[in-house]
Design a protein around this ligand. Structure first.
Ligand code: NDP
Length: 331
């Protein structure tokens, strides 16, 4: 069953340049960490991807270990690509994946070694059913594996045509600088960094954004909604559905402290005054900094996705609003 995309999808869509590269990305990108596992309904995931694309979202973020089980999100997305985005439509998408976290048993099933990364990209391409991804990331720093080897592996993947660009995720400013330099020696630019960034996790304002700007590297901030905490669903405390109810899931209920919830309620009040939901303000706030190329979000339903994408209806902040937000936007 092919998808017939909305023909008006690019009429109002805007894109942001990724660092000093030739690649532009949508201001909001869709991730597949959760919601594309074996326990999720395939058609619900397909509907979310279709809706995102119809609204101008051209970038979809994956990793080899997304699921659960690991590999499942790539399998699901590969099927969506084959069935809904055949032929030239693939070239309207920027598909990224990553390797680094535990993926298969034994000493080579994780990390940032040549052995792990080269095997991983081949597995990823197999699951996705494509001959290349657009961006391939080292998913996390591995201090025991030499950076020279990690960057040589990423460069080799680009030279082999298996990825067009490479990125790093959750690297410190210092490691990012080293990665950039090592890749430069290999003749491959570091395209992008993927750090955690939201109103409740602002660590990248402490040096990383400055480093990325200086190096001309783009930035896609993950978990812009703090896994749902920056939405209206926790305003009364515990949510009645979603990932926080899954004891095996990644949402840490310890985040629902009275202090955090008071901050979230304070932020929600500001959002209401702006005529936005908290989710929309949280995404618009991430995008207030032009050094952030894209806000990377998740969605469990099309309704959640639509609400988030409507953040783009109001992305301007007054200085007064920003300083009021600063009073609540903290971990
Ligand atoms: P978000 O912070 O956007 O959280 C998404 C969750 O928030 C949804 O699953 C849903 O939770 C809730 N939500 C979203 N919209 C609404 C809404 N309108 N109303 C109420 N609740 C809402 O992002 P994720 O944490 O999912 O991460 C996004 C992406 O970032 C990942 O898919 C992945 O691509 C990337 N990532 C990268 C990492 C890395 O190490 N590089 C680590 C983590 C993520 P619920 O399901 O409970 O309904």
């Amino acid at each position: 069953m092919s998808h017939f995309p909305d023909q008006t999808r690019y009429e109002t869509a805007v894109y942001r340049r990724c660092g000093h590269s030739g690649l532009v990305l949508p201001p909001i990108s869709l991730g597949t960490w959760q919601n594309f596992g074996a326990g999720n309904d395939f058609d619900a995931g397909r509907a979310i991807v279709r809706r995102a694309f119809d609204r101008g979202v051209t970038h979809f973020d994956l990793a080899n270990m997304y699921g659960p089980p690991a590999g499942h999100a790539e399998d699901v997305f590969g099927r969506i690509l084959r069935e809904d985005f055949p032929g030239l439509l693939r070239h309207e998408l920027v598909v990224s994946s990553k390797a680094g976290y535990e993926m298969w048993p034994g000493p080579y099933g994780r990390g940032a070694s040549m052995k792990h990364l080269i095997a991983s990209i081949d597995q990823t391409l197999g699951r996705l059913g494509v001959d290349h991804v657009d961006i391939f990331y080292a998913h996390r720093p591995w201090p025991d594996d030499p950076m020279e080897e990690t960057m040589a592996a990423l460069a080799q993947i680009v030279r082999q045509g298996k990825a067009l660009h490479v990125g790093v995720s959750s690297f410190s400013p210092e490691r990012t600088r080293t990665a950039h330099e090592l890749l430069k020696r290999e003749g491959v630019p570091l395209l992008i960094h993927q750090p955690n960034y939201s109103m409740l996790n602002r660590h990248i304002e402490d040096g990383l954004l400055d480093t990325l700007e200086e190096l001309g590297v783009g930035c896609i901030g993950f978990s812009a909604l703090a896994q749902g905490l920056l939405t209206d669903r926790y305003l009364d405390g515990q949510a009645t559905s979603g990932r926080s109810l899954d004891p095996q899931g990644p949402f840490n209920p310890a985040a629902l402290t009275p202090e955090n919830l008071a901050n979230v309620r304070g932020l929600a009040a500001i959002a209401r005054r702006r005529g936005q939901t908290l989710a929309q303000m949280a995404i618009a706030w991430v995008l207030r900094d032009p050094r952030v190329t894209s806000a990377l979000i998740g969605a469990r339903t099309v309704e959640q996705l639509d609400e988030s994408l409507d953040a783009l209806n109001n992305t301007a902040f007054s200085p007064e609003e920003l300083s009021e937000i600063d009073e609540f936007a903290r971990e």
